[in-house]
Design a protein around this ligand. Structure first.
Ligand code: CU
Length: 136
């Protein structure tokens, strides 16, 4: 069951990446997939209850054995939010929880692999504040 779920998510990510490759921009038309070239930072926007990207692809991890990337969260919501990154159940970093109208950043070190980003405030993740992040 777990194996099937994982491969399903990988398939979804592969499709998202394929969609990105097809349009050749920084993000697909809906702004749902963001790619981060080596050495670059990324800014995501959060509100109630979503992030403006569902998939973040951080490049350069395989070539260097891991990447350090700065992730900024611009909170455009009315509520406090955060952005925390997990690999499985292990939290690898993220922003503090902070009020709407503010921006906070976090620098995280990522080995090649699959992660997810989540707002851990209340039930925000269940309500949609979650996305996938891949370091490649
Ligand atoms: Cu939130």
């Amino acid at each position: 069951m777990i194996g099937i779920g994982r491969s399903g998510r990988r398939f979804a990510l592969a499709m998202a990446v394929a969609a990105f490759a097809g349009c050749g921009g920084e993000a697909d038309q809906a702004g749902r997939t963001v790619t981060v070239p080596p050495g670059r930072s990324v800014e995501l926007v959060g509100n109630e209850f979503s992030f403006d990207a569902k998939t973040v692809l951080v490049e350069g991890a395989k070539a260097s054995g891991g990447v350090t990337v700065q992730i900024r969260l611009r909170n455009q919501g009315a509520l406090a939010h955060n952005l925390r990154i997990y690999q499985g159940d292990r939290e690898v970093g993220g922003t503090p929880t902070f009020q709407g109208g503010m921006t906070r950043s976090a620098t995280v070190s990522l080995k090649p692999g699959d992660y997810r980003f989540v707002c851990t405030v209340g039930d925000h993740a269940e309500r949609g504040m979650v996305g996938e992040l891949a370091a490649r």
